[in-house]
Design a protein around this ligand. Structure first.
Ligand code: AMP
Length: 114
């Protein structure tokens, strides 16, 4: 599987502002934030896109959401609200091919997105 910038963050080959880590997931602030609070939750397993997720990885994908939920509380955006986004391929706006959950909050977010 090809190395992405996120694999390099997992291996500490490039720096990141890490919020949480365990054996399965890593969360860090987005380097180019689109909202006052914007962080990413990724699996350590390098799954390129949503299309590549396998049924036996359902618990891992659920853990991304539960980690986002905990960190949203920790970051103080849970009560006011926030958005979880996972982009897929070109039309979805995916640029890094290692799945990641965006957690965006700290301001009112437009809906529908552009
Ligand atoms: P996506 O467009 O959904 O693939 O999102 C990729 C996200 O990764 C973008 O929001 C980028 O700003 C973010 N990003 C890219 N490189 C880094 C990095 N080195 N550290 C933190 N976030 C990054």
């Amino acid at each position: 599987m090809s190395d992405t910038i996120f694999s390099k963050i997992i291996k500490r080959e490039i720096p990141a502002d890490i919020l949480y880590e365990d054996d399965d997931v890593l969360a860090f602030r987005d380097v180019s934030p689109k909202a006052p609070t914007h962080f990413l939750v990724i699996p350590k397993l390098a799954i390129p896109t949503i299309n590549d997720i396998q049924p036996d990885q359902a618990a891992l994908i659920g853990k991304l959401v539960l980690t986002a939920q905990q960190l949203a509380k920790q970051e103080g955006i849970a009560e006011q609200g926030y958005r979880l986004v996972m982009n897929c391929n070109e039309d979805g706006g995916q640029t890094v091919f290692h799945i990641h959950l965006h957690v965006l909050g700290g301001r009112g977010l437009r809906w529908p997105p552009g």
